[in-house]
Write a protein that binds this ligand. Structure first.
Ligand SMILES: CCCCCCCCCC(=O)SCCNC(=O)CCNC(=O)[C@H](O)C(C)(C)COP(=O)(O)OP(=O)(O)OC[C@H]1O[C@@H](n2cnc3c(N)ncnc32)[C@H](O)[C@@H]1OP(=O)(O)O
Length: 166
């Protein structure tokens, strides 16, 4: 079995029903957003919360932009990856076609934030999703919307195999 085939086999297992409250599996071990074995990654851990996905997350010094402030691209990465967990609930692979982020307040290094994402509507292959990043005092520091387009798992096989072990 090639690396790509092995990866796709694990993904098919991940698109099964996950009970409410369940921790959701990483997309793969080296995923920039959630892979536990990516030394540059965010290691995002998300769980199902009803029809949404939620995560508690803090950024570290690898993700700094302006001093003390998380780089906007790092925030976008984590939000994009959060949406990737929603796909488990939807039950189909999809990829980001459009991603918008409104940066409402600085996101601080070493501060824990709550992320929540959900599907707002579905139209054919298009999944319209939305997410927020909230500080512990309830302030919304970033909001996002995105359009994902559903694809078959063959989409990823066509793109070549990353070097992965799950
Ligand atoms: C599954 C495991 C999760 C993996 C980890 C998740 C991590 C986070 C997610 C990612 O990082 S994904 C990686 C980044 N994204 C990509 O690499 C996607 C690159 N783009 C593509 O491969 C193709 O553009 C794509 C497969 C998304 C679509 O190409 P297609 O030729 O299959 O479809 P098409 O371009 O016709 O668009 C499909 C539909 O979307 C609509 N559309 C396109 N752009 C849109 C837009 N900006 N807003 C609204 N709708 C849009 C388009 O009109 C059309 O609507 P209809 O089906 O109703 O005709």
């Amino acid at each position: 079995m090639t690396d790509a085939e092995a990866l796709l086999a694990t993904w098919e297992q991940k698109f099964r029903p996950h009970p409410d409250g369940a921790d959701l599996p990483a997309h793969h071990n080296h995923c920039l957003g959630c892979g536990p074995d990516n030394p540059h990654g965010h290691r995002l851990q998300a769980r199902r919360h009803g029809d949404s996905v939620v995560a508690s997350h803090s950024f570290d010094g690898r993700h700094v932009g302006a001093p003390g402030i998380v780089h906007g691209g790092a925030v976008a990465t984590v939000i994009d990856d959060l949406y990737g967990f929603l796909l488990y609930l939807v039950g189909t692979p999809a990829v980001t076609r459009r991603l918008t982020v409104d940066y409402l307040a600085p996101v601080l290094i070493g501060t824990t934030y709550r992320l929540e994402g959900s599907v707002t509507s579905r139209e054919g292959r298009k999944l319209f999703v939305a997410a927020s990043l909230t500080a512990s005092d309830g302030r919304s520091v970033a909001t996002s919307t995105a359009v994902f387009v559903t694809v078959g798992v063959d989409h990823f096989g066509r793109c070549g195999a990353p070097s992965v072990d799950d």
